[in-house]
Design a protein around this ligand. Structure first.
Ligand code: PEP
Length: 249
């Protein structure tokens, strides 16, 4: 039995005053029927974690360095995220792959560092629009998964299928396209981890999840939750998505 998970990715949004959205979320949904993790910018992580203390909500980071520490100006080690109160860390989202040239091999190294620090990696992968149009979606997902999984991986990770063309665009794949991608990832996980551990890995969908489309997405087989960008910034929207996921559980 996999616990459903709603993960909010605030990306480079949020000042201290925006933590009022978290207060509103906690007030409206004090006991969600699914797991919820909020990943704010690193500057807000410890303040967010303090607010989430003694609640069912969890905090996460948005990236970590592959090294445990060192001379890496501006970077954040996984142990620092854990020390600030994070339980999860998002790794390999398309924006970091595009803006920072992150390869799947680097994502695997970061996932290894995250695990060593006790964090659960949320590994992101997904095809571009050109790759989908060329009929290469499943091949691309297979390769990204094979290269992004750290050696010796077990079920202590979360995968997020995020078609690049759906992120922040307002466009979403059809339920059949999501089902195909998630079914493929599940079978590829079984090849890498073995059938038992593969069944325990949560597969999130990410890309323009909104209150309006959440229930339909959560009804798709093999969708265990969502990685939510823009809609996670507002308590009313993220709360509605959390409620839809709880109702689907
Ligand atoms: C994301 O950041 O992972 C994401 C899916 O963004 P959005 O929900 O805004 O498309």
């Amino acid at each position: 039995m996999r616990h459903r998970l709603a993960a909010g990715n605030w990306k480079m949004h949020g000042l201290a005053a925006d933590l009022a959205e978290i207060d509103a979320l906690l007030a409206a949904h004090p006991a969600p029927a699914c797991e919820v993790v909020v990943c704010p910018p690193a500057t807000l992580l410890s303040r967010l974690a303090a607010r989430l203390d003694r609640t069912p909500y969890m905090a996460g980071g948005q990236d970590c360095h592959a090294a445990p520490k060192g001379a890496h100006t501006g970077d954040i080690a996984a142990a620092m995220l854990a020390d600030a109160g994070a339980s999860f860390v998002i790794l390999g989202p398309s924006e970091r792959r595009a803006d920072h040239g992150e390869t799947s091999a680097l994502v695997a190294a970061k996932a290894r560092a995250a695990r060593a620090a006790g964090l659960t990696p949320i590994l992101c992968l997904g095809e571009t629009e050109a790759e989908r149009d060329a009929g290469r979606t499943l091949e691309v997902l297979s390769a990204q998964l094979a290269e992004s999984l750290p050696d010796g991986s077990d079920a202590a990770l979360v995968l997020a299928y995020e078609p690049v063309w759906a992120i922040g665009s307002g466009r979403t794949p059809t339920p059949a396209q999501i089902a195909e991608a998630h079914g493929h990832l599940r079978s590829q996980l079984a090849r890498h981890l073995g059938a038992g551990p593969a069944q325990a890995v949560r597969l999130l969908y990410g890309g323009s999840v909104k209150p309006e489309n959440a229930a339909a997405i959560f009804a798709v087989p093999e969708v265990d939750g969502a990685l939510v960008g823009g809609a996670s910034l507002k308590a009313a929207e993220f709360g509605a998505i959390i409620a839809a996921l709880g109702a689907a559980a």
